[in-house]
Design a protein around this ligand. Structure first.
Ligand SMILES: [Fe+2]
Ligand SMILES: [Fe+2]
Length: 419
């Protein structure tokens, strides 16, 4: 089986683990009925996996006609119940487990990359700083997808990485793909955020001089990623200064810019470390609360789905009736055209015969001819009434006529003399 197929067959995004603090915050905010778009956005911007889950929901909206103009607009289309179920049923590791520690470090680097992207974007006057932040935050999503799909193989990859080898090269050797390719493949159907696919695929190509202006986001992300590396790894001062200067030249930024954002980023890391302190180490109680929230949400989702299905059935029925009526009108117009010609001449002739009887040109002492003419004229009037009645129909039902055929029920629609 090809690796791409593997990722599609499994619920790749559903299986991504979220951070304990995100889980705890989601439960608390939902219970207090305080989970509005603004608060949810803050949570999504702090947790890579949670953000991927929301974007996967947002990108799955089928009947969307225009691309989203902003993250706030995209968030309004999010099915909150569905998102909550998917998030609260994510794998959750103990706060101090090896997995959570790795995930927190990964998240922290991604977050710093996102912040660095935003700071660079501010300086360069980029129009959409939130998009830039998201591209930075999610640039390494491929690592999470690979780790979730191939946990054992990926542990080997990470072990080798600790020996100083380049990550994407080790991934390729071990898994025949890397986090750039695999990340892009996993989100290939997403149309929002617009530049995310490029940022995921090209965040290692920052040194290429001839990048198109449309690759600007990927270029910023790759520099931002390296700042986040520097922040967490001990390095010699001179080497860092040289790197900063080369990036400033590459991105056409003022001298000393990266020294300034280096300290801003350090401050952001410290602030977040303090914020996470109030998350309890034992989340058993929170998990139980999440289960009760989820059972309520399942019910709401089920009712919504049923209502949607009922609406669809109603809509289909209405559309079928509309199409039937349209066909009837076309057939009717054709019939009317030929029948009206014939009835006009029948009526004309019978009236001429009436006149001839009155003038004595035709002898009708018994009144038989005159009565026959009356019956003929009544018949023509009935035909005209039926045609006019059919023309005015805005809906119709049929009644059994013969064993194998139905006729349109006109009994309440038109008044027919003699019937
Ligand atoms: Fe990367
Ligand atoms: Fe990275």
């Amino acid at each position: 089986m090809k690796k791409e197929e593997f990722s599609l067959k499994n619920d790749l995004i559903g299986n991504l683990p979220i951070l304990p603090q995100s889980f705890w915050n989601l439960v608390k905010l939902y219970q207090k009925k305080e989970l509005d778009c603004k608060k949810l956005k803050l949570l999504l911007f702090e947790d890579v996996c949670l953000c991927i889950k929301a974007l996967s929901e947002i990108n799955s909206v089928e009947d969307r006609k225009h691309p989203f103009g902003s993250f706030d607009q995209a968030l309004e289309s999010l099915d909150l119940e569905h998102f909550m179920i998917k998030s609260l049923s994510s794998p959750l590791h103990h706060l101090n487990s090896e997995e959570t520690i790795w995930l927190s470090q990964f998240n922290q680097r991604s977050l710093v990359t996102g912040l660095a992207c935003r700071f660079i974007g501010e300086e360069k006057g980029c129009p959409d700083l939130e998009e830039l932040y998201l591209c930075g935050l999610l640039h390494d999503s491929g690592m999470l997808f690979l780790k979730t799909s191939f946990p054992e193989e990926y542990s080997l990859v990470l072990e080798k990485k600790n020996n100083g080898e380049k990550l994407s090269k080790i991934e390729k050797e071990t898994l025949a793909t890397n986090h750039l390719e695999f990340g892009e493949e996993a989100i290939k159907n997403w149309s929002f955020p617009k530049n995310l696919k490029k940022a995921i695929k090209s965040h290692e190509d920052y040194m290429e001089e001839d990048l198109e202006p449309s690759e600007q986001v990927a270029r910023i992300v790759s520099v931002a990623e390296q700042i986040s590396e520097i922040l967490f790894v001990e390095a010699e001062h001179q080497a860092i200064d040289d790197l900063f200067r080369s990036w400033e030249n590459n991105l056409k930024l003022p001298s000393g810019f990266f020294n300034r954002i280096h300290s801003r980023l350090m401050d952001e890391i410290k602030t977040r470390a303090v914020q996470h302190q109030n998350v309890p180490e034992d989340l058993t109680e929170t998990v139980l609360q999440a289960h009760s929230i989820m059972s309520g949400l399942y019910q709401t989702c089920e009712e919504k789905t049923r209502e949607k299905f009922r609406g669809l059935t109603r809509k289909n029925e209405e559309e079928r009736k509309k199409a039937e009526l349209e066909s009837l009108k076309v057939i009717l117009a054709t019939f009317s055209h030929y029948i009206n010609n014939a009835t006009t001449s029948i009526m004309g002739r019978s009236q001429l015969i009436d006149i001839a009887i009155k003038r004595g040109e035709i002898k009708d002492e018994s009144g038989k001819v005159s009565n026959s003419m009356k019956i003929i004229q009544q018949g023509v009037e009935t035909i005209t009434a039926v045609l006019n009645g059919l023309k005015k129909l805005d809906s119709f039902k049929t009644v059994r006529y013969h064993e194998r055929s139905n006729i349109i029920d006109l009994r309440d629609k038109i008044e027919i003399k003699g019937l």
